[in-house]
Structures are given as structure tokens and as C-alpha cells.
Design a protein around this ligand. Structure first.
Ligand code: HEC
Ligand code: HEC
Length: 283
């Protein structure tokens, strides 16, 4: 077969254009917003002044020990610079490390599994575009036994259902958007749904609150409690951190407000509240 030179050059140019963008096809700008909606910065940034965002080091105390959010900048050794987009999708959707080991659910992949393919691709594009940082990730400091990753096979079998969010065809689009923000990106259930002694969420008490890890009470977000507040009050709480009685919210939620809900677009806050109103009331 005889190939003309211009045709060959054109094909090469196409090939290079494709290779150049193969790192990330998603929309990094959109990814930046989704990363806020996911609160990634909080767990992946040291809790001190001048800390480098996403370079890891945040201590996350749990009943099983202290986890440290790893470096997720594109640094080839310290971060996830050598990962492919497929590695990233597998981590978020299935809680599996590139070497095949399981992640601890302190990384809220049981919620992130519901993030759509398109949004994962945009988040990946955003992370790819971060400045690489050489801060080494810390080992977790876990109790004997709990630190053993193969145990997570059992935990995942009991409590983890992988798969993208499925919209409810009976519900209004805004309610579905709110459900997606709450269940997938916002991972609100990670705190607002009580857990059993194995650290598994109690499905029948979804978002119904209870005792948090430090013995503090986490409020019920189902209409049983939330109906006492108007949409405007819930919105002021989520966007400005103002409680109905003029108090400051507890720090765990204060951080969610700072990093996440205060950064959401007005229509997304509205959708979130609309969804919470539709939850089955739980005492
Ligand atoms: C509640 C805290 C928390 C939040 C929020 C969180 N992460 Fe993480 N993440 C962790 C922890 C802890 C690990 C380590 C888990 C392990 O070692 O098993 C982790 C691991 C990861 C990893 C794997 C890193 C590696 O080196 O293997 C990626 C990628 C990641 N997170 C991305 C994200 C993104 C993207 C978001 C936001 C959408 C996010 N995380 C939000 C706590 C969090
Ligand atoms: C890290 C744990 C944590 C996460 C994640 C979290 N919350 Fe909270 N939330 C709390 C705590 C603790 C309070 C109690 C604050 C207070 O009363 O001072 C609270 C309070 C609230 C309240 C006030 C309820 C009331 O009746 O006063 C609302 C509304 C709320 N959260 C919504 C959300 C939404 C929506 C998300 C997901 C985007 C979310 N929370 C994620 C811990 C969390």
C-alpha cells in the first residue's frame, strides 16, 4: 500500500495530539468544583497553617486508630503521578489500590463509588493539573488486627456495594441532583448515618444521626428533626455556618461547611435541601 506523505504526517499529528491529552480527557475546571463538593481537600491536607493542599498528612482519628490522608498530587513517588486514569477510577469506584490491596473505608469510597464516570474523569483531570509535591505519605497508625488490609475483604463483602448512582425515575430532577450530592460526592452519610461495632453503616438508620466517634451527638437529617427548620434556616446553616439559635456548629460540620457546602452553587444547595425533605422520617 502506498501512503501519501501529507496523509502520513496528518495521521502522526493526530496520534501525538491524542497521546498528549491521554493523561486526562476530563474538564479540570469542572473537576475543581466536584472536588469541593467531595471535600477532598480536608482529608488530604495537613491541618496546619501553610500546609500544601492535597499533599496529604491530615490525621483522621477513628475508633480503629489514626489514618493519615495520603498525598494525591501528581508527584511520581510521593503522590499518584504514576497512576493511570483507570487506576484512579478503580480506587474511587472499587476501593482497590493499583497493587490490588483494599483501601480502608476511612477513605469514603463506599460513597464515592456512586460518582458518575463523567465526574470521575473531571476530578482526575483536576488532580492531574495540581503542582506535584514531594511530601511523603505517612503510614496509618492502627490497632493490632485492624491494620491488616486482607480483613477488608470481609468488611467490603458485608458493607460495600460498588456502582454508580442510579437516579429515581419517579423523583424530580432537583431531588435526584440532591441525592447524588448527598450520597456520592458529599458523603454526608459517613457521619450522619450511625455505624455498628464493625464500623459498617446501619442502612435502616440512613442519615438518622446518632453518637459520633468522640461520643458527640450527630443530628438526624431526616424530616423528623429537620422539619423544624425552614429551607432558609437549613441554607444559612450550610452556606454561612449559622445555626438557628445563633451558635457556631461543631468543628466536624464546621469543616464540611467551610470546604464543601459553602462552595456549592445556589441551585445545588437547593437540590440538597429538596432531597433531605424527601427522606423517610426516622425517629
Ligand atoms: C474522610 C476523609 C477523606 C475524604 C473526604 C477523601 N479522602 Fe481520599 N483517602 C482518605 C484516606 C484515609 C485514604 C487512604 C486509605 C488507605 O490507605 O486505605 C485515601 C486515599 C485516597 C486515594 C488513594 C491514594 C493512594 O496513594 O493510594 C485517592 C486517589 C483519594 N483518596 C482521592 C480522594 C478524592 C478525589 C477525594 C474527594 C472526592 C477524597 N479522596 C476524599 C481519606 C479521605
Ligand atoms: C465529618 C462529619 C460530618 C459530615 C461528613 C457531615 N456532617 Fe453534617 N453535621 C455533623 C455534626 C457533628 C453536626 C452537628 C453540628 C452542631 O450541631 O453543632 C452536623 C450538623 C448538620 C446539620 C444541622 C442539623 C440540625 O438539625 O441542626 C445539617 C443540615 C447537616 N449537618 C448537613 C450535612 C450535609 C448535607 C452533609 C454532606 C454534604 C453533612 N452534613 C456532612 C457532622 C458531619
Amino acid at each position: 500500500m502506498k501512503v501519501s506523505k501529507p496523509l502520513f504526517a496528518g495521521a502522526l499529528a493526530l496520534l501525538f495530539a491524542f497521546a498528549g491529552s491521554a493523561g486526562a480527557q476530563g474538564d479540570a475546571k469542572q473537576g475543581e468544583y466536584l472536588v469541593k463538593a467531595g471535600g477532598c481537600v480536608g482529608c488530604h491536607t495537613e491541618n496546619k497553617d501553610g500546609a500544601v493542599p492535597f499533599a496529604g498528612g491530615r490525621a483522621l482519628p477513628t475508633p480503629f486508630g489514626t489514618f493519615y490522608g495520603p498525598n494525591i498530587t501528581p508527584h511520581p513517588q510521593a503522590g499518584i503521578g504514576r497512576w493511570s486514569e483507570a487506576d484512579f477510577v478503580r480506587a474511587m469506584r472499587h476501593g482497590i489500590r493499583p497493587d490490588g490491596a483494599h483501601y480502608f473505608p476511612a477513605f469514603p469510597y463506599p460513597s464515592f463509588t456512586k460518582i458518575s464516570d463523567k465526574d470521575l474523569s473531571d476530578i482526575w483531570a483536576f488532580l492531574r493539573a495540581l503542582p506535584p509535591h514531594a511530601r511523603a505519605s505517612q503510614e496509618h497508625d492502627l490497632g493490632f488486627f485492624f491494620g491488616w488490609r486482607p480483613l477488608l475483604t470481609g468488611w467490603k463483602w458485608l458493607f460495600f456495594t460498588p456502582g454508580e448512582f442510579v437516579a429515581d425515575s419517579q423523583a424530580a430532577p432537583a431531588v435526584n441532583r440532591g441525592a447524588y450530592l448527598t450520597q456520592a460526592l458529599g458523603h454526608c452519610g459517613e457521619c450522619h448515618t450511625p455505624r455498628n461495632f464493625l464500623g459498617g453503616p446501619i442502612a435502616s438508620r440512613y442519615l438518622a444521626g446518632g453518637k459520633g466517634p468522640e461520643g458527640k451527638t450527630i443530628p438526624n437529617l431526616t424530616p423528623t428533626r429537620l422539619k423544624k427548620q425552614t429551607d432558609g434556616e437549613v441554607k444559612d446553616f450550610l452556606t454561612l455556618g449559622l445555626t438557628a439559635d445563633g451558635d457556631v456548629p461543631a468543628e466536624a460540620m464546621g469543616e464540611v461547611i467551610r470546604n464543601t457546602t459553602s462552595k456549592l452553587l445556589p441551585e445545588d444547595i437547593k437540590a440538597l435541601i429538596a432531597y433531605l425533605r424527601t427522606l423517610p422520617p426516622v425517629e
